[in-house]
Design a protein around this ligand. Structure first.
Ligand code: NDP
Length: 284
């Protein structure tokens, strides 16, 4: 079998086009959705992510501003910046780029963001709403994966879904979104015994561990849809996922490549979350 390669760039482009149309509609009511990204320090990967996010905003007609703070900024100074953005009516979405320098408590910083402006969906109140089936802001990466499943016409209701990796930003919210859509969900972590026995049951397999190529073809159910969230930089500079692409392609029915699969969806859903935060301001 040769898996269909899912084109995350194409799916995300369609979503961005729809965002641009809705931004245009809002503009007629005098509102331009605004995203503020706070970047602390000079981490090279974070710089690239922030640049890409700002560029995607501008392209879709959203307003974006990047607030750059020195790596030795105090936690209190960062909290003041966040509080100011909370009170800024031109800012509908606030994103503090992680990781933060060691002197800062990430949870405290995220919990200072107004939940309605928390476009990453990481605030405990957004996590709680998701858990109780009343989502307000869904974390971008798992939300984007649900959009991939939708665009692939994957039947989620009643499907066996296995999520490998249980982080707060990917694995756990992914499991909750799949559960809400009617899947029977298994959530695996580094202590899972016989991981292959779990993954081989999956009609929908989502892998987010940060362990390069750890899921091999023999761990995949024939015909499954495989979503590879991992972004790992190899010694040769190239990116690879958490799934061994070549062997997986021989077994899976469809698979997301790395790069070009989940990554572009994450940015597209950030735009959606910012747009929807602005739309909520109109509808209040
Ligand atoms: P974390 O390091 O926060 O979490 C990793 C999770 O994987 C943990 O739950 C850990 O288990 C689990 N894990 C680690 N090793 C194994 C193993 N051998 N078997 C089973 N489970 C294992 O990672 P993130 O969730 O933040 O990110 C995961 C990957 O996704 C990374 O490569 C990251 O770069 C990428 N990523 C990609 C995004 C995109 O837009 N495409 C967005 C966000 C992340 P335990 O809980 O027991 O420690």
């Amino acid at each position: 079998m040769n898996a269909r390669i899912i084109d995350g760039k194409a799916i995300s482009a369609a979503i961005k086009t729809e965002v641009a149309q809705r931004v245009h509609t809002l503009a007629r009511q005098g509102i331009t959705p605004g995203l503020a990204v706070v970047l602390v320090g000079e981490d090279p990967a974070s710089q690239v992510y922030v640049r890409n996010k700002a560029a995607a905003c501008e392209k879709a007609g959203l307003h974006s501003k990047v607030i750059r703070l020195a790596s030795d900024t105090s936690e209190e100074a960062l909290l003041d910046v966040v509080r100011e953005l909370n009170n800024d009516a031109s800012v509908h979405g606030i994103l503090v780029q992680l990781p933060l320098p060691a002197q800062m408590n990430s949870s405290k910083v995220i919990e200072t963001i107004a939940p309605a402006k928390d476009v990453d969906g990481f605030h405990i109140s957004n996590a709680g709403l998701l858990m109780t089936g009343r989502p307000l802001v869904r974390p971008c990466t798992p939300y984007g994966i649900m959009k991939i499943l939708e665009s692939e016409n994957t039947v989620v209701r009643g499907a066996e879904a296995v999520v490998v990796g249980a982080s707060n930003i990917v694995g756990k919210p992914m499991a909750l979104l799949l559960l809400a859509a009617g899947a029977t969900v298994t959530l695996c972590n580094s202590k899972t015994r016989d991981l292959g026995a779990q993954t081989r049951r999956a009609d929908i397999l989502v892998v987010a561990t940060g362990r390069p190529r750890m899921i091999t073809g023999d761990m995949i159910k024939p015909g499954a849809i495989v979503i590879d969230v991992g972004i790992n930089r190899q010694a040769d500079g190239k990116l690879t996922g958490d799934v061994e692409f070549e062997s997986a392609c021989k077994v899976a029915g469809a698979i997301t490549p790395v790069p070009g699969g989940v990554g572009p969806m994450t940015i597209a859903m950030l735009l959606v979350n910012t747009l929807e935060a602005a739309e909520r301001c109109v509808h209040i």
